[in-house]
Design a protein around this ligand. Structure first.
Ligand SMILES: [Zn+2]
Length: 94
């Protein structure tokens, strides 16, 4: 099998809807335990959603039911808070 170096997988941020290289986005995964967590390896199995590594996108993505809808789950309060505190460590604006 030949690897095509021109092909870079693209994913869309669920907040700003911008298409970016997969490696430039943070993957969130809905694990089989019913928890949504940051997948830093980007290799965990489960339904995934992508967000830019920017606080703005996280705030938008975590607000309302956007993430719940994309991952077809219902985030618990604690789970949402865990993701909010992750977002707090991200850079605010470009
Ligand atoms: Zn974004």
């Amino acid at each position: 099998m030949k690897l095509d170096s021109r092909h870079i997988p693209q994913r869309t941020c669920i907040a700003c809807r911008q298409s970016r290289d997969k490696k430039d986005l943070v993957r969130l995964v809905h694990t089989k335990d019913g928890i949504v967590e940051v997948d830093s390896s980007a290799k965990k199995s489960g339904r995934g959603a992508y967000l830019c590594p920017k606080r703005d996108c996280w705030e938008l993505g975590l607000k309302g039911s956007r993430l719940d809808y994309t991952l077809r789950t219902k985030l618990s309060h604690d789970n949402r808070q865990a993701l909010v505190s992750y977002a707090d460590k991200l850079p605010g604006r470009d």
